[in-house]
Structure formats: structure tokens, C-alpha cells
Design a protein around this ligand. Structure first.
Ligand SMILES: Cc1cc2nc3c(=O)[nH]c(=O)nc-3n(C[C@H](O)[C@H](O)[C@H](O)COP(=O)(O)OP(=O)(O)OC[C@H]3O[C@@H](n4cnc5c(N)ncnc54)[C@H](O)[C@@H]3O)c2cc1C
Length: 380
């Protein structure tokens, strides 16, 4: 067992960090304020191999490991957790195609996705089923060589452009997980409509919309895997997605802590710099320690997923919960160290706190992470 990153991994992390510093961080506040989805910058990231980080090389991906991916997402999130998190969802969709699509489907869809000419969305949640995703109701009825889709997906990240690409979990059979199938719905399909961009606490640099299907006809050839395999595919994607979102929390929190440390060296109170107060020194020491513990856990879970270990799903759930809770607490603690200025938009700290809050809710809420772990422990 080695805890050291290889020279290649360090170079990869530094490349992503440099990209975040040059192309994301300087604009992050403006994108947040203007609710701008920086598709051009995402395409630049794709040109550096960041759209299919763990898609295999013969399919056009970067062929890296899950551990490598967590390094990339943490580094990107130091610039903006929201932009990094959208890229994580896109990567998850590309990986689903890598693992579960037929070769002809991979050839058809992956090249444009890996260049991010098309942006992918993952459509599982519905108005009546979030945590209990297997209760989804969007119905796909077979009519010859098409499925006819009716229903509504809720909270879909990145949705709304006609050129986009949707991986959609639909009901083709019985109630429960075994009646769910996975379909690709291409942008521009007749009968696909979008809700308005949701007004959110954070994650403003990517759209979140309902995706509505009204008699939308989708070729049977667009099904990924067999009928009834959709839930398994959706859950497999989420193992890695949870690591990535945890890594995004680490990156955002690290950026907040770094800014707080700089501020503590400048700001004076009671005739001293803030960094001279031992109470505050201990606080930042704890924040750095908690972050390092969460980072180590994310790497451990990523290694388990790379090794296809039996307990990988459980470790990914544990690590997601720890990293996203820690990330939020550290960022919120950094805000406190800025005093009133932390609450102002100008310093960028409140934006990080707002962005990281949702990581405790999505990709499976942190209560659901506990449910996954408890089921394993108690065997139900
Ligand atoms: C900004 C944003 C982007 C998103 N992007 C996507 C996306 O791209 N694709 C997608 O499919 N979904 C997406 N989601 C949806 C997200 O995954 C769900 O919101 C999440 O899974 C929770 O579902 P819910 O909101 O329906 O809450 P509910 O399932 O209604 O849960 C409500 C509360 O009850 C708790 N709870 C539920 N069941 C249990 C239980 N058994 N035991 C203990 N506690 C429980 C939950 O943890 C939560 O605290 C996004 C959400 C947001 C906010």
C-alpha cells in the first residue's frame, strides 16, 4: 500500500489546478451572479481530456483511474465547485456509455461527448421520487421500434439545450428497480420540453431544469443495456459520481481555507493579526486535519472502486458523506474567520459555502449514504 501520488498523478493534478486558476477561478463570481453556464470553458477542459477521464483510451477517453479523477475534480473545484461538479456529471454519463453501451452506440455518441460538443445530463430524479429513486414513474411504452415516453424528470443538471444528450431512467416494466430501463434521449427529440432554470441557493454556473416527456418517441436502438437493467446502470454510475462530488467538496473547502489563512495574516484585531490568536490557529489546524482525513478516505474509496472491491459501493457512500459534510463545515468555518466580510459576496467565501451545501443533498443525500452503509452492516 502506498499513500504517495506518482509523478504522473502530481502532473495531472497540477494541470487541472493550473486550468482552474487560469480559466475558471477568475470568472467564478461573475458566472455565479449572472447564472452563466461556461460551455466554452468546459469544451477547453474537454480538449485536455477532462470529459472522459475514466473512459477507456480505445474509445477516445483518457483511460485514467477513479483515483486520478478525484485529483482532477478536487483541483478543478478550487476554481469553482459548481463547474467542476457539472463536469463530474458529464464524466459519469460518458462512463455509463463506456461500460454498458454497445460498440455501435459508443461510436455514435462518445466522440461528440468527449469533445463536449454535446453536454450530457443524467436523469433519474422525479418530482415524486428522489431518494427512493426506484419508485420512478416516467413510463416508456414500446411501439414497434420506438419507446413512447411520458413523465417528468426533476432537478436535471445541465439540461435545457437542444443539442444535449440525456441518459434517462424510465419504467418499461413492473414497479420497483427491476422494471427500470436506461435510454438515451438526444437533444431535439420531439415531445421533450424543459422547465425554467431553477432559482437556487448555489450551483448557479450550471442550469437545473425539469425535463418533461410528452409522447416523446425514442428509438429502441437508444436503449443502454437490456430492459430492466436501468436501475443497476444508474446506481453503478453513482458510485464514481459520489467520489467526484466528494472531491469537489474538498477542492471548494481547500480554496476557502487557503483564502482564510491569507486573510488571517492580514486582518488585525486587539493589536494582533488574527493568525496570532491560538484559538484561531487551533481552528485552522482542525480544518486542515479534517480535510486531509476526508481526502485520504476519498482516495481509499477510489482505490476500492478501481480494484472493483466487494465493499466499493459502501466505501464510496461512506467517503461521499464524510467529504461533503467536512467540505461544507470547513468552508463555513472559513467564512466565520472572515467575520462580516465573509458574508459579503466580494470575498468569494459565501459563494463556496452556497455551492457546497447541495453536495450533502445530491448524488444520494447523506441520509441515503448512511442507509447504504447501514444496510450492509445490518444485512437488510
Ligand atoms: C441543484 C441540484 C441538482 C441536481 N441534479 C440532479 C441530476 O442531474 N440528476 C438527477 O437525477 N437528480 C438531480 N438532483 C436531485 C437529487 O439527487 C435529489 O434532490 C436527492 O436525491 C434527494 O431527493 P429529494 O430532493 O426528492 O428528497 P427526498 O427524497 O424527498 O428526501 C427528503 C429528505 O428526507 C431524507 N430521506 C429520504 N428517505 C430517507 C430514508 N429512508 N431515511 C432517512 N432519511 C431519508 C432525505 O435525505 C432528505 O433529507 C439534483 C438536485 C439538486 C438540488
Amino acid at each position: 500500500m502506498s499513500f504517495a501520488l506518482s509523478s504522473e498523478q502530481i502532473a495531472l493534478r497540477d494541470m487541472a489546478r493550473d486550468f482552474a486558476r487560469a480559466r475558471i477561478e477568475p470568472h467564478a463570481m461573475e458566472w455565479d451572479e449572472q447564472k452563466h453556464f461556461p460551455v466554452d470553458v468546459l469544451r477547453e477542459a474537454a480538449s485536455l481530456g477532462m470529459a472522459g477521464i475514466y473512459v477507456r483510451e480505445h474509445l477516445g477517453g483518457s483511460g485514467m483511474s477513479r483515483l486520478d479523477a478525484t485529483l482532477v475534480f478536487e483541483a478543478l473545484a478550487t476554481g469553482c465547485p459548481c463547474v467542476a461538479a457539472y463536469l463530474s456529471i458529464h464524466n459519469m454519463c460518458c462512463w455509463i456509455l463506456d461500460q454498458f453501451a454497445r460498440p455501435a452506440q459508443q461510436e455514435q455518441w462518445l466522440p461528440a461527448l468527449l469533445r463536449m460538443e454535446k453536454l450530457a445530463s443524467y436523469c433519474l430524479t422525479e418530482p415524486g421520487s428522489g431518494s427512493d429513486a426506484a419508485a420512478l414513474l416516467t413510463r416508456a411504452t414500446r411501439e414497434g421500434e420506438h419507446y413512447v415516453l411520458n413523465g417528468r424528470k426533476q432537478f436535471i443538471s445541465g439540461a435545457g439545450n437542444p443539442d444535449d444528450f440525456y441518459i434517462v431512467m424510465v419504467r418499461t416494466g413492473e414497479p420497483g428497480p427491476k422494471g427500470i430501463s436506461c435510454l438515451v434521449v438526444e437533444g431535439g427529440t420531439k415531445g421533450v420540453f424543459f422547465g425554467p432554470n431553477e432559482r437556487k441557493m448555489g450551483w448557479n454556473a450550471q442550469p437545473t431544469r425539469a425535463v418533461i416527456f410528452e409522447d416523446a418517441r425514442v428509438p429502441v436502438a437508444n436503449r443502454i443495456g437490456a430492459e430492466g437493467e436501468g436501475f443497476k446502470i444508474a446506481m453503478a454510475g453513482l458510485d464514481g459520481g459520489r467520489l467526484n462530488i466528494g472531491a469537489c467538496s474538498l477542492g471548494g473547502a481547500q480554496a476557502a481555507l487557503d483564502r482564510a489563512l491569507t486573510y488571517m495574516g492580514e486582518r488585525r484585531a486587539f493589536g494582533k493579526r488574527l493568525e496570532e490568536f491560538q484559538a484561531l490557529q487551533f481552528r485552522v489546524a482542525d480544518m486542515a486535519t479534517e480535510l486531509e482525513a476526508a481526502r485520504t478516505f476519498i482516495w481509499r474509496a477510489a482505490s476500492a472502486l478501481d480494484a472493483k472491491a466487494d465493499d466499493a459501493t459502501q466505501l464510496c457512500a461512506m467517503a461521499k458523506r464524510v467529504a461533503t459534510d467536512t467540505g461544507f463545515e470547513v468552508a463555513n468555518g472559513a467564512l466565520q474567520l472572515f467575520g462580516g466580510y465573509g458574508y459579503l459576496a466580494d470575498y468569494g467565501i459565501e459563494k463556496i459555502v452556497r455551492d457546497l451545501r447541495v453536495h450533502q443533498i445530491l448524488e444520494g443525500s447523506n441520509e441515503i449514504m448512511r442507509l447504504i452503509v447501514a444496510r450492509q452492516l445490518i444485512g437488510r
